[in-house]
Design a protein around this ligand. Structure first.
Ligand code: CMC
Length: 433
């Protein structure tokens, strides 16, 4: 890490009759952080913070979120500006290298990524081991983990060149892996990548093209897809990113770490929410049924939640949802489609945002609320939604993993616990129990 954060005044704590004080670390912006690393050695006590609601697990210079203001910055650049003016390749470069690329740097980076898009031919046989109705995320977990078995020449994590190549490979191969998962589910032949296409156009062709015909992606759809990738590229220390960091903290290879991140992303409270949100909107069906579902979401005895609503960090509108909503209209206009589910979503948002329950708890639409409507209009089945999230988030995972490995403060992640089980007791032979 470049510069260590400034240490300001100390935080004081009295525990079991002992007074201790710990440095308060200041970042470039955002909340202060109390450095409690010596707490256990000094006092014999741990902190208790399930869900890490008050815990900074690492130092990072990648992404900043101000949840109260609805701000998301990558390397300082607001997500709205990146979504409007940048490209996914440029954002990948930015996240990995810290600065926006010059033209020649962008061209070189895009060229390098395009030269890693093919998969080892034997990996195709892995797909054939899956059922045709396997969820694409199940396939992604398996195939990405299996990359470790094929690319030994880039798994020495102490070698920066290995780390760079494995990062490029993961970013480049993820579209091929995701497209093949789709092709397998619909029984169509796999398509090899075509490297004269852009990252996003290449993915669209591998997904929706067939060998029998030429395929050209609609420019507006390519732009929308590229923007969706930008919106998902990184998001600070979320559950899947923290999973990647924790897996990587033991020295595991990057392919195994990213497979762990994919597994975590799959859950409906995280990346699986885009699939769940569209399924929910279909279940609601027509606007007249919205009130019933709002009541269910508010009922403590009903496990139902409004999917695509609420966020651990955002207590304001998720800035990614704003761009997503705009993109729905652009895609609908370009493809000349209309989907009544969008009207249901807009009305659901309006009703929820004027309801005291959602206002008091500061529950707003998140990135997953509108993304499914766009992806569905483009032609993706709901089961592919989270796979697309994984594809785009790979750069964030890889950038965070690289940052962790280069951080001198990095040690194996090993949380402690508040033990509430039985204290020591003697074993009782089975005949005496
Ligand atoms: N519908 C109804 N009530 C909700 C919702 C919701 N979507 N989200 C939170 N609440 C309530 C929750 O019941 C709790 O109420 P109370 O204080 O009375 O117990 C309060 O709001 C705070 O919720 P929480 O579960 O303690 O908050 P959290 O920070 O642990 O969870 C969350 C955040 C995203 C898991 C949650 O809001 C949720 O389950 N949302 C639906 C799933 C979703 O859309 N996930 C995508 C998140 S964004 C993309 C990503 O991370 O991949």
């Amino acid at each position: 890490m470049a510069d260590s954060p400034a240490h300001a005044v100390n935080a004081k704590l009295e525990i079991n009759g002992t007074s201790v004080s710990y440095p308060i670390m200041k970042g470039s912006t955002g909340p202060d952080v109390v450095d409690i690393r010596k707490l256990f050695a000094d006092t014999g006590a741990f902190t208790y913070d399930p869900g890490y609601k008050s815990t900074a697990s690492c130092e990072s210079a990648l992404t900043y979120i101000d949840g109260d203001e609805g701000i998301l910055l990558h390397r300082g650049y607001p997500i709205g500006q990146l979504a409007e003016h940048s490209s996914f390749m440029e954002v990948c470069y930015l996240l990995l290298n810290g600065e926006l690329p010059k033209q020649a740097e962008l061209e070189e980076f895009s060229y390098t990524i395009s030269r890693h898009t093919m998969l080892h031919e034997q990996l195709a046989t892995f797909y054939r081991g899956f059922r045709r109705d396997a969820h694409p995320m199940a396939i992604m977990c398996g195939v990405v983990g299996a990359l470790s078995a094929f690319y030994h020449d880039s798994t020495d994590i102490s070698d920066p060149e290995h780390r760079k190549i494995s990062s490029h490979r993961l970013i480049a191969k993820m579209p091929t892996i995701a497209a093949m998962a789709y092709k397998y589910s619909v029984g169509q032949p796999f398509l090899y990548p075509k490297n004269d296409l852009s990252y996003t156009a290449n993915f669209m062709r591998m997904t929706f093209g067939v060998p029998a015909e030429d395929y050209e992606v609609h420019p507006a759809v390519e732009k929308a897809m590229d923007r969706i990738f930008i919106l998902h590229a990184d998001h600070e220390q979320n559950a899947s990113t923290s999973t990647v960091r924790l897996a990587g903290s033991s020295g595991a290879n990057p392919f195994a770490c990213i497979a762990a991140g994919i597994a975590c992303l799959w859950g409906p409270a995280h990346g699986g929410a885009n699939e769940a949100a569209l399924n929910m909107l279909h279940e609601i069906g027509t606007p007249d049924r919205i009130k019933h579902y709002i009541e269910r979401a508010k009922d403590k005895n009903d496990p139902f939640r409004l999917m695509g609503f609420g966020h651990r960090v955002y207590k304001n509108y998720d800035p990614r949802a704003t761009v997503m909503q705009k993109t729905v209209r652009e895609v609908f206009d370009a493809l000349q489609v209309k989907d009544p589910v969008f009207e249901t979503a807009l009305q659901l948002e309006e009703i929820a945002l004027s309801d005291d329950y959602f206002r008091e708890k500061k529950l707003f639409p998140n990135v997953d609320f509108y993304s499914g409507i766009i992806l569905s209009a483009i032609g993706f089945p709901t089961t592919m939604f989270t796979a697309l999230f994984a594809l785009a988030r790979t750069v964030g995972w890889v950038a965070q993993w690289n940052e962790m490995i280069s951080d001198p403060a990095q040690v194996i992640g090993r949380p402690r616990q508040l033990y509430t089980g039985p204290t020591e007791r003697d074993y009782v032979p089975v005949e005496e129990r």
